[in-house]
Design a protein around this ligand. Structure first.
Ligand SMILES: *[C@@H]1O[C@H](CO)[C@@H](O)[C@H](O)[C@H]1NC(C)=O
Ligand SMILES: *[C@@H]1O[C@H](CO)[C@@H](O)[C@H](O)[C@H]1NC(C)=O
Ligand SMILES: *[C@@H]1O[C@H](CO)[C@@H](O)[C@H](O)[C@H]1NC(C)=O
Ligand SMILES: *[C@@H]1O[C@H](CO)[C@@H](O)[C@H](O)[C@H]1NC(C)=O
Ligand SMILES: *[C@@H]1O[C@H](CO)[C@@H](O)[C@H](O)[C@H]1NC(C)=O
Ligand SMILES: *[C@@H]1O[C@H](CO)[C@@H](O)[C@H](O)[C@H]1NC(C)=O
Ligand SMILES: *[C@@H]1O[C@H](CO)[C@@H](O)[C@H](O)[C@H]1NC(C)=O
Length: 924
């Protein structure tokens, strides 16, 4: 029975009874006095009392339908005593009682003696006084007061019973033993019980209070400290019954009578017994008591009361008992009353008056029945008993291999060891056969299994409070200030500033944000160990391992550990981290992990190196240069530092130290011969190759000096620009052009040997016969790739270096070829970043003219603002409004020697111009 049961009490009992009948004094019940401690600590006790009080009053009233009595209610608090209220009405008394509230007080002992004095003064003689308190008596030492209480008891013959749920000092200290003294003097008892048992105490009271005040004879009384003892007494009168009551912890009471007798055990509790012997025979009786401490025994005999001359007076639902010639009507079980009048008891009104427990109680006249929920059956109509489904396989749905466990109202099934399932279905657990590779965890699922790598399937614990340096105060009043890992279950990885690994040494209590920190009692595994079993210990109460739990650990390839935790064995315990394993900020190509030097910043997995030959630069092939970028973390791993001095021939390279990417780059210009850069080409591509010689100088003690040659190469499709850039000393002229808001351009013009425009003339001089064709190419470098195209606007030849020479021979005019010379063609102009013009070599008429100068006006045309393609088919060329810049080649000197054939006179040379023309803001 628990407190919840009291709360379920909703109905009050309905008792009938004849009112207004004249009753003899013989049948009057005792007057009833409650002395109630109303200090604050009584809140719970009072609320439970209110629930059972109306029941006991109804019971007493029903048994004595016309019994005259006084109900008295005396309160006492600290330091006041009173008020006193009394009434003859059960309802009024109930109302008084229900308005009681608990408050005040503070220290434990209360003024019980003073309250008792007031209760005795205000109660009629032979009252039954119940003292409700949870404390010892404060005023036990006032001898004047205590003597007055004793003398009042002697004169009024009232009986005092203490119903105590607590005490202040010990049960043997004088402030409590005074209760036993008073009880012994008044033939009462001291019951020390828990509040939840209050209904059991009232069952006892139900019995004693149903005895009329005049029918009792005291037969025996004693208070004992001896644990076993024998007592004797004799019966000289005819009693209808004899009641033996004990208080204190009594294990057994054995009763020996002069002849056989029958006995009811009315109450059997650790705080007391009530035994009733029916029609005890006259003679010598003995009792043997076996107790566990201080206890008291009282024995009373009762004479039959409200006797009748004829059984015909008994109610139809009463029996007529003959006590040595006196007839008494007694209501049958299930009825209550004085025997003349008997009414049904509603057993369902109070939880403690029926045995239905989980069932639904249904009252009927003289009895009740229980309707039991599923999982229960009714062996009798008055109770519900759990069905043990496990005893009969037809009642349980457990798998044939499963173990069935019965529970109250239900059952559960569990698969046998080696099997997996919910008990209703069981299948062989494949995981136990080692089906997964080492380092993988097997997870059984219905019908199959999974092999899970905990290194990639874990929950990250990013909780700085786990640090072993996080001390918490032992004095926090609120225990929720301390962490508890009672809900951790599965694989976890520690990350963050608290540390990434459990400490391997004992951590003191009140660290790691908890009471008892859990540390790893063992060492962490390495990656080759796979999943290992370890013990985590919790430090508490001076022990480094007061609690422990089994955990599993795996070292993962990324240099971190994952842990399989289960709930901590208690609260508040939490898994701890070692702040020495806290990551600092690593460089861009590094991450925080466990390496050969302990925890630190090491190359990310993709950059890991174990020797110099593993160092591979990242290559960037630019228009004009190639860049080999080395990761500095790799040099660090090999115990040297990358710098200019790490490279041979460092005078000809450029170097870039990039802190953002943590790289050190070597830049080589794409120029044949520069820093050993060598181009090689086929018809479509050119490939530049550079050999970088790395010299390491050991900065640590482990790595020896070493060298490494790294060969890097970039491949480019062969176009005018790349062919020129890889050519040695091409014949080339360039203009650098700034286009406002768009960028900087270089426009170059060069002479090529054939129509592929990929093989420029190189060196200082080129010879051409008049049968050869001169190929002139122009192209744009840099700048915006999509907007501008090169436009050759005008091109003419002169016999002198003066562009204003009166003798001019036009090759291109207004972007269109000179139509009079069929050897002139313009394969490409105004359509791309390259412009192409070709013409068969010629000489000016007259022996004085051995030289030819070429003058061109070049422009950049914006394709976004209009068409740049010259229209050359009509009679007149459409003029395009493009600003141009002039560039000249020359002189072309007629050469005496001929490489091409017998006509030596027709060979010319072009001298390499030493001039580079710089122009800015040429046009927009
Ligand atoms: C003792 O009790 C008597 C009677 O109640 C009271 O008058 C007296 O003040 C008490 N003495 C002390 C010291 O409390
Ligand atoms: C507690 O009990 C001891 C021993 O019986 C007694 O000496 C002491 O006075 C008691 N203390 C109080 C506060 O009653
Ligand atoms: C017994 O009690 C009933 C009701 O209280 C009363 O009517 C009857 O007279 C009593 N009998 C005797 C013999 O007192
Ligand atoms: C006596 O009890 C029976 C059931 O046992 C019931 O049916 C009947 O009504 C009762 N008689 C009276 C007068 O209460
Ligand atoms: C454990 O429970 C607490 C509170 O109930 C919650 O805040 C915390 O996130 C839980 N931890 C995990 C790992 O589930
Ligand atoms: C770890 O313990 C589990 C049981 O807790 C056991 O099945 C397993 O074999 C153990 N593993 C090792 C490597 O000892
Ligand atoms: C030229 O070289 C490049 C790169 O080396 C290659 O991809 C290409 O196929 C080659 N072309 C010919 C025609 O061999």
């Amino acid at each position: 029975m628990n407190r919840g049961v009291f709360i379920s009490v909703l109905m009050s009992m309905a008792f009938g009874g004849s009112s207004g009948a004249v009753c003899s004094s013989q049948t009057a019940s005792s007057s009833l006095t409650y002395l109630v401690d109303t200090t604050g600590s009584m809140v719970n006790y009072l609320s439970q009392l209110k629930l059972v009080n109306s029941w006991i009053l109804d019971r007493v009233t029903a048994k004595f339908p016309c019994g005259a009595r006084q109900y008295t209610l005396v309160e006492y608090n600290d330091p006041s005593v009173g008020p006193v209220r009394y009434t003859q009405s059960k309802q009024d008394f109930g109302n008084y009682f229900n308005t009681l509230s608990a408050s005040g007080g503070g220290d434990c002992p209360e003024l019980t003696m003073k309250g008792l004095e007031m209760a005795l003064i205000n109660s009629p003689p032979k009252s039954y006084i119940l003292v409700f308190t949870d404390a010892s008596a404060l005023d036990y030492g006032n001898t004047t007061l205590v003597n007055n209480v004793r003398s009042l008891i002697t004169t009024t013959k009232s009986q005092v019973t203490f119903l105590v749920t607590g005490y202040c000092n010990t049960t043997t200290s004088p402030d409590f033993s005074i209760y036993r003294d008073i009880a012994a003097l008044s033939f009462g008892h001291v019951y020390l019980f828990s509040v939840a048992d209050i209904y059991k105490v009232f069952n006892y009271l139900d019995y004693t209070l149903s005895m009329p005040s005049n029918s009792s004879t005291q037969l025996f009384s004693g208070d004992f400290t001896a644990l076993t003892h024998n007592e004797s007494f004799s019966i000289t009168k005819n009693f209808s019954s004899m009641m033996i009551t004990t208080s204190g912890l009594v294990y057994s009471v054995q009763i020996l009578g002069p002849s056989s007798f029958s006995m009811d055990q009315v109450v059997t509790e650790v705080w007391g017994f009530v035994l009733v012997v029916k029609k005890p025979t006259k003679g010598n009786w003995a009792i043997k008591v076996n107790a566990g401490g201080i206890h008291a025994v009282r024995i009373e005999g009762f004479t039959a009361f409200n006797t009748t001359s004829s059984c015909s007076k008994c109610h139809v639902n009463a029996t007529c008992e003959d006590y040595y010639g006196s007839l008494q009507c007694l209501c049958k079980s299930g009825f209550i009353g004085d025997g003349i009048d008997c009414t049904d008891i509603d057993e369902c009104a109070y939880s403690w008056t029926n045995n239905c427990s989980v069932g639904v109680c249904s009252n009927n006249i003289g009895s009740y029945t229980c309707k039991c929920p599923s999982g229960f059956y009714s062996p009798t109509p008055y109770s519900c008993v759990d069905i043990n489904e496990c005893l009969n396989s037809s009642l349980s749905r457990c798998h044939p291999l499963a173990t069935c466990v019965n529970t109250n109202g239900n059952y559960s099934c569990s698969c046998p060891s080696g099997y997996f399932g919910d008990g209703f279905n069981c299948e062989v657990n494949d995981c136990l056969r080692g089906v997964c590779a080492a380092g993988k965890e097997c997870v059984k699922i219905i019908g199959s299994y999974l092999c899970v790598d905990p290194c990639s399937s874990y929950i990250a614990l990013n909780e700085p409070w786990r640090s072993s340096l996080n001390y918490v105060s032992p004095s926090y009043a609120d225990s929720s200030s301390y962490r508890c890992d009672s809900n951790l279950t599965g694989w976890y990885r520690f990350i963050g500033s608290g540390g990434v690994r459990m400490p391997e040494t004992c951590i003191s209590s009140f660290s790691c944000g908890t009471h008892a920190p859990m540390w790893l009692n063992g060492v962490h595994p390495t990656t080759s160990d796979g999943i290992v079993n370890r013990t985590a210990c919790a430090t508490w109460s001076g022990s480094c391992c007061l609690w422990s739990s089994n955990i599993q650990i795996k070292a993962c390839p990324g240099g971190y550990h994952v842990y399989k935790f289960s709930a901590t064995p208690a609260c508040t315990l939490a898994y701890c981290t070692d702040p020495a394993t806290t990551p600092t900020t690593c460089e861009a190509d590094e991450e925080w992990k466990l390496g050969n030097q302990g925890y630190g910043c090491y190359c990310k997995n993709q950059y890991t190196v174990s020797s110099l030959v593993d160092m591979r630069p990242e290559l960037t092939c630019g228009t004009n240069e190639m860049k080999a970028s080395f990761h500095k973390c790799q040099a660090k791993a090999l115990y040297f530092t990358l710098s200019k001095d790490s490279f041979k021939n460092n005078g000809c390279f450029q170097f870039q130290d990039d802190k953002y990417t943590n790289t050190f780059s070597v830049v080589s210009r794409l120029e044949a011969g520069n820093c050993g850069v060598q181009p090689s080409q086929n018809s479509t591509h050119v490939k530049y190759t550079s050999n970088l010689l790395i010299l390491t100088e050991a900065s640590g003690i482990i790595m020896r000096n070493d060298t490494l040659t790294v060969t890097v190469s970039c491949v480019y499709p062969l176009d005018m620009q790349t062919s020129l850039s890889q050519a040695l000393k091409p014949i080339l002229k360039s203009l650098v052009v700034n286009v406002g808001g768009t960028g900087q351009f270089t426009v170059s013009m060069a002479l090529f040997t054939d129509s592929s425009y990929k093989y420029p003339y190189t060196g200082s001089q080129v010879s051409l016969s008049v049968k050869d064709t001169l190929y002139i190419g122009a192209y744009i470098q840099g700048g915006d790739n999509s907007t501008f195209v090169v436009l050759i606007k005008n091109c003419y030849a002169t016999p002198s270096s003066n562009p204003n020479d009166t003798v001019k021979y036009y090759l291109i005019k207004d972007s269109c070829p000179n139509k009079q010379d069929s050897t002139i063609s313009v394969p490409q102009n105004g359509v791309s970043r390259e412009g192409r013009l070709q013409v068969q070599m010629f000489k000016f008429v007259g022996d004085a003219y051995d030289s030819v100068y070429i003058h061109c006006a070049l422009g950049l045309c914006n394709t976004v603002t209009g068409s740049c393609v010259p229209s050359c088919s009509g009679a007149r060329s459409a003029r395009m409004d493009v600003e141009t810049q002039d560039v000249s080649f020359g002189p072309i000197v007629r050469s005496a020697a001929s490489y091409h054939g017998p006509i030596s006179a027709s060979t010319v040379s072009i001298l390499l111009p030493a001039l580079l023309l710089m122009v800015s803001s040429m046009f927009l």
